[in-house]
Design a binder for this molecule. Structure first.
Ligand SMILES: Nc1nc2c(ncn2[C@@H]2O[C@H](COP(=O)(O)OP(=O)(O)O)[C@@H](O)[C@H]2O)c(=O)[nH]1
Ligand SMILES: Nc1ncnc2c1ncn2[C@@H]1O[C@H](COP(=O)(O)OP(=O)(O)O)[C@@H](O)[C@H]1O
Length: 402
């Protein structure tokens, strides 16, 4: 059965009075969820940089500006909004490519309910809709100097199209050869603490006196590129990831002895004597936790580097002849500005018309949202997209895009 079409934003122009006594600065949609109306669009003061959100509470007659979590879609020429499962609003963004046009604003999911308790405010969370699945991320932990970076580099060098590194944020200073955005995102403590407060991090920990953390975006960006994500994080971080929504493989790297660990740290020559001693002191506790905490699925000893690397490859299913990485097909449609969205059972139908020379075409994109997985924070995966060309002489073809 067809349901009422989504709100069409074409009707809304600059300066439109929305009936709530609110002066609109841009395109907006209004979606009712229980007692609340979610106004999504350009009414926020920061609407120049992203899509703004306000909530009208019908029971109190008051406007609320919610805490907005997650990476937001960029400001757009318009969008359509449609409520799904009473807990999230699907937004299709106009004038963007197909791999960036479907977003979800979670308004009453389990995740949002939990965050509301923590923040003590109204909370909404953005999640980008993406097609396809990514392989389980790999979390690698171990004491400083054990060889985590060396092993990860070997893996990335041998299988560049298969693995992607989750670039962490840290408040520590860069070492000589380290590049911002490649080895770490080097960041000030205040900025990082603020980002943590706003839910941008999957995990964070204070390690050897500095703050380190994995942003949700760092992990999701790797998955978006179709690669398997590798995280190099400490044991506290691994524990947090274990407790998070992320389903990963956990590997702990052990040194053959404390003496060998000390020699490697000194030979690397990147720390001061004081920093080396601090790292060695922390190493004992890390090794004990790594071996006994039940966090890790596998423990590898890095005595002989080549042997350890072989064992790591074996664990990751790369022993013998390694499979060739299959990149997802990347057919992209740029939906034109005139389209409407409606909902039929679990399927969203995006309907638009195009004019080609000598041929008028009506195109449909059908989104199957029945197999959505995950959600905020970050990405909603499992979106199935079919494109149908309906030319004047009838059905022309159906293309499976995911
Ligand atoms: N929890 C957490 N730990 C991290 C993160 N990034 C790096 N680390 C850990 O921080 C520790 C110090 O890293 P680093 O300063 O690069 O020194 P290194 O381990 O001696 O090379 C290591 O145990 C890393 O695994 C992160 O995003 N989160
Ligand atoms: N199996 C090994 N045998 C000898 N030296 C190693 C081995 N693995 C790594 N190293 C060396 O030890 C030092 C520390 O390794 P690194 O990868 O930086 O450790 P981590 O990232 O765990 O801090 C580096 O100089 C590296 O070349």
């Amino acid at each position: 059965m067809g349901e009422a079409p989504a709100f069409f934003v074409d009707n809304l122009q600059n300066g439109f009075s929305n009936g709530f006594g609110l002066k609109s600065k841009g395109f907006e949609t209004f979606t009712d969820v229980g007692d609340k109306t979610f106004v999504i669009g350009g009414a926020n003061s920061d609407s120049t940089s992203s899509v703004g959100i306000q909530i009208y509470d019908k029971s109190t007659g008051k406007w609320v500006i919610p805490t907005v979590l997650g990476t937001k879609p960029k400001t757009c020429k318009g969008h359509s909004a449609i409520l799904l499962n009473e807990d999230r609003i699907m937004i299709s963004i106009r004038g963007s490519t197909l791999d960036d046009c479907i977003w979800f604003l979670e308004v009453d999911t389990e995740y949002v309910k939990e965050q509301k308790k923590d923040f003590g405010t109204e909370v909404v969370a953005w999640s980008k809709g993406v097609t396809g699945e990514a392989e389980k991320p790999v979390v690698i932990s171990g004491p400083s100097g054990v060889g985590k970076g060396t092993l990860i580099n070997m893996l990335m060098k041998e299988f560049p199209s298969m693995f992607g590194f989750s670039v962490s944020h840290t408040t520590r200073a860069p070492r000589g050869m380290e590049k911002n955005g490649v080895h770490y995102h080097f960041i000030g403590r205040n900025v990082m603490e603020n980002d943590i407060k706003h839910g941008k991090f999957l995990e964070f920990a204070s390690v050897h006196g500095n703050l380190y953390g994995t942003s949700i975006e760092a992990v999701e960006a790797v998955a978006d590129s179709g690669k398997r994500c590798i995280l190099d994080i400490d044991v506290q971080g691994a524990r947090s990831v274990r407790a998070s929504y992320l389903d990963a493989v956990f590997i702990f790297i052990c040194p053959p002895s404390m003496r060998e660990l000390e020699e490697r740290l000194r030979a690397r020559g990147t720390e001061t004597e004081e920093q080396i001693l601090k790292r060695l002191r922390n190493a004992e506790a890390e090794i004990e936790q790594g071996k006994s905490s039940g966090i890790f699925d596998y423990i590898l000893y890095n005595d002989n580097l080549e042997e350890c690397y072989e064992n790591l490859m074996e664990l990751l299913g790369l022993g013998g002849s390694a499979p060739i990485n299959q990149k997802p097909s990347s057919k992209v449609i740029d939906p034109p500005s005139n389209y409407s969205v409606s909902k039929i059972n679990n399927k969203m139908v995006i309907n638009f018309e195009t004019k080609e020379v000598g041929n008028e075409a009506k195109n449909l994109i059908i989104l199957d949202v029945s197999s959505l997985k995950g959600g905020a924070p970050g990405r909603t995966r499992g979106l199935k997209i079919h494109a149908i060309d309906l030319f004047s002489d009838g059905l022309n073809g159906i293309h499976e895009l995911s």
